[in-house]
Write a protein of this length. Sequence first.
Length: 379
Amino acid sequence: MKSVSISRLITIATLAFAFLSAHGAEDAGNRAAPRQPTTEQLQQYLKRFPDADANKDGKLTFDEARAYVKKLRESGQPLPGKRDAKAAALPAPDHKDVRYGPHVRNVFDLWLAKSDKPAPLVVFIHGGGFVGGDKSKLGRDALQRALEAGASVMAINYRFRQHAPIQDILRDAARAIQFVRLHAAKYNLDPKRVGCFGGSAGAGTSLWLAVHDDLADPKSNDPVLRQSSRIRAAACLSGQASYDMTEWGRLIGEFKKEWRRSDAEDVEFYHFKSEADFKTPEGQRVLADCSMYRQLSKDDPPILMISTQSAAEPANRGAYVHHPRHALAIKKRGDEVGAKVQTHLEGDGTTNTTVRAVEFLLKHLGVTSPSATKAKQGD
């Protein structure tokens, strides 16, 4: 298959609403599906993307277009969505698509703060249910707040569920942090001041990094893996309390069968072979490794759980996986073990929650943005 540019993917992505609704971002359940392209539109797209015509009959069907997008996605190429205009407005990173691991999606963008001394680092981890999304989802407001405070910003990509099990995807994020720590001097970064934030899957990953034991292996032959994976703070927007899915029923409530992407989704999430793997010693180890709820302890860094969605009973998959009960479960567990957990829920104000997340990180990284100072003076 020929390579496809980002600008072309923006157009072809509009063909795939059914595919994206079923396999895309976790919050898709909260949005109405867009309309299917007309026959005329499909034929216009065919002129630009002849490879999408699978049977070479000179006519592009919606099924062919959807299959084409799926093929692109499974190859690891990013599929921009409605936020691309916003992403295009971002200033160019000082370092783009820096490779931190062997997979095509093991890359990050880095914006450097103007500083004479090593700067703290704010890490953005995109959402998308571990099946989609891209580092380009970083918001301009968040980037500007961090940079004006003197903090550098890194936005990472990571593998998707078709590439790796969840327990390995989470370690992609850890490796990105270990990589920049190894090269902290090159990028003028303070390796001791690193904080993470993100939405949905990015929120859960940020929480996992905050609570997981240090993954540094001093004896590793890989110099990256000798670095610490620990962070100074985490801000989590509409994230999950655990990636041990066997805990969800107890913590959040029933996850209805019709919300599953497949009958074996729980098995596929960990790349297990069957349900029997859950009861094996290795399966139990994987579940414990993926449970942020169980790993939370008093020595973990400050955590902010943001969930401004309705607290009503979830009516669909998106409402369930982003429900405030996830945030409340972590808060309750944090209170039990003495961890420093704060929440920002529906009714706690209409502030820009992404900016709220970044300001939380900046506070715990020891810097303050001028915008935040002006806002306080105006109160």
